[in-house]
Ligand binder design. Sequence first.
Ligand SMILES: [Zn+2]
Length: 197
Amino acid sequence: MPQDELQKLINLIARLPGIGNKSAQRIALYLIKNKQDLMLPFSESLSLTASSIKKCENCGILDMQSPCKICSNQERLSKTICIVEDMADVWAFERSGFFKGHYQVIGGLLSAAKGFTEQDLRLNQIKERLEKNSVDEIILALSATIEGQTTALVIKDFFEQSNIKITQLAYGVPVGSEIHYLDDNTLGAALESRKNL
Ligand SMILES: [Zn+2]
């Protein structure tokens, strides 16, 4: 019976993205080896997070509270909404500290292969939120991939008739990099989004 539990643990770990069966075995053994200071706190944290994590009713951010801390923060600019794919993007923006507005997490990009459709974007719901907060700018911060750009176009078309300004992150030369090291797509995108000096 104990062997079954161990196998169950390995099987569960192996279901995590990017982790195969061998890695899962290694992780399980590592956890067991560090039972007191890793495995037990880990299992406690998993169950506490599972029972207390919430999706913000406004913006979709994961937090312990809904509305989330960003939506509840009076100092943030509620009239500027940055549309991102998932929570990792929110963390990236927050790390940089440059963005002071609110977010809208859409939870995926349009993809036939992944079965993520226009309905899943819940654009009508987003529209209601934007109207309620008199939002005047939407910043599209979606990946520079075909899926990301298709999604950005669909969102742009949807809000075209409203009076909201729609902007998109510029793609281009990474800060601190040299031109001759750029790949063709990055260089092309940088040229496309050039601006006046
Ligand atoms: Zn929120």
